[in-house]
Design a protein around this ligand. Structure first.
Ligand SMILES: Cc1ncc(COP(=O)(O)O)c(C=O)c1O
Length: 389
């Protein structure tokens, strides 16, 4: 069980039972202080900071991140969020009529729209392979996923951990086979850094996007894009600035083209070392493990209370620190607002296609009592409303 002292390290409103770390993360006070210190330094001496000291700090922070996720620092750029990173990538794929992108029916809605937009523009086709529940073994996923491959499959796009269904997908196995088949892999790791171990060299994806502002506990606006060296020349800047046709180019066109996008507050990028330190100082790995254990215990209990089922085996192959239960409700917005307004519980009611889910996140600031509270709230909502029928 995680102790109350951890909760007091966060800025979260203590009156709310916050079971939705997955949506926008939550930032501890120490890390937020670090963020504000960077902002102060910037405002005290903007010119020097933007072009000199801040840039050196940015390199240091990027190196810390590269060490943390095991990749070469020059293959990594900071971006504000995964949506930006995936847009940069998709725009540069030079999609042609008839090209196919193989993905699943469980991807994040905002990014589904990115693909739809560029497919419509280019005549490429996105194949959303249906993945059926329950998943007991990785092999079941792999069998279902590869059914979507054809001779026209040029790209694979896959979440490593899905948003609405909360499932870890076996991306290492997918990347290995895709490499043999000559298919480029683009992995959406929005939920991965700080959540499950990430070793980019071992994973061997061609392109990887991750967020630090979710499970790594960074303030909002700290994310990254990794692109393998061979593919970097293909990545034109989404925002064209000083790094294009640079007067003093660095050794990396990828860095020149993408890292400087005009005047923006990049203080969030500089907090990565503070995030890593916070995690070490507070034994975060151990606390995350406790969360995963708690989740495995409570996932079937929550599902039973909702008169539903778990959607995967209760193993680390599929589950991290959030789980989703299929639910039925005549009014999902009312269900969400009832949980929040009447029971002071923040938990996500979401959709995968037409299927509705209640997603519960477990972070170190949550304990058994918080989970029992949502179970009791479900009981009361069932007894007093039709919102769960
Ligand atoms: C799987 C997945 N991909 C992409 C995103 C987009 O992240 P952002 O809004 O930070 O760009 C999210 C957001 O929750 C997500 O869950």
């Amino acid at each position: 069980m995680n102790d109350k002292s951890i909760q007091s390290k966060f800025l979260l409103n203590p009156d709310i039972n916050y079971l939705n770390h997955g949506s926008f993360g939550a930032c501890p006070k120490d890390i937020f202080d670090d963020y504000q210190q960077w902002q102060l330094r910037l405002e005290r001496d903007p010119y020097q900071f933007f072009l000199d000291t801040g840039q050196q700090e940015l390199e240091r922070s990027k190196q810390a991140l590269a060490n943390y996720i095991n990749c070469a620092v020059e293959d990594l750029i900071y971006i504000p969020n995964p949506t930006t990173g995936i847009n940069m990538v998709v725009k540069n794929l030079n999609l042609q009529p008839g090209d196919e992108i193989l993905t699943t029916n469980q991807e994040y809605g905002g990014i589904d729209r990115t693909w739809d937009y560029y497919c419509k523009q280019t005549g490429a086709q996105i194949i959303r392979q249906e993945i059926k529940f329950p998943l007991s073994f990785k092999e079941e996923f792999l069998r279902q996923f590869w059914k979507g491959k054809t001779d026209r499959t040029k790209y694979i796009f896959l979440s490593q951990l899905t948003s609405s269904t909360g499932l870890i997908f076996p991306v290492k196995e997918i990347c290995a086979r895709a490499k043999q088949l000559g298919i480029t892999t683009i992995i959406d790791g929005a939920h991965i850094p700080g959540h499950i171990p990430l070793d980019l060299a071992d994973l061997d994806a061609d392109i990887y996007v991750g967020a630090c502002h979710k499970w790594m506990l960074a303030p909002k606006g700290n994310s990254f894009l990794y692109v393998k060296k061979e593919l970097q020349p293909q990545m034109d800047p989404l925002i064209v600035s000083w790094g294009y046709d640079a007067k003093e180019p660095s050794e990396s066109q990828f860095q020149d083209y993408h890292q400087f996008n005009g005047t923006v507050d990049y203080a969030a990028y500089l907090t990565t070392p503070a995030c890593i330190k916070f995690r070490e100082d507070n034994q975060w790995e151990e606390r995350s493990k406790k969360c995963r254990d708690l989740l495995k215990h409570y996932y079937p209990i929550i599902a039973k209370e909702l008169e539903s089922n778990v959607i995967c085996a209760l193993t680390d192959d599929f589950l991290g620190q959030f789980c989703s239960v299929p639910i039925k409700s005549p009014d999902h917005k009312k269900l969400k607002s009832t949980l929040y307004n009447e029971y002071k519980i923040e938990a996500l009611v979401t959709f995968c296609g037409y299927e509705m889910f209640l997603r519960v996140s477990f972070q170190a600031y949550n304990n058994e009592e918080n989970i029992e509270d949502i179970i009791n709230a479900i009981k009361k909502i069932k007894a007093s409303t039709n919102l769960l029928s």
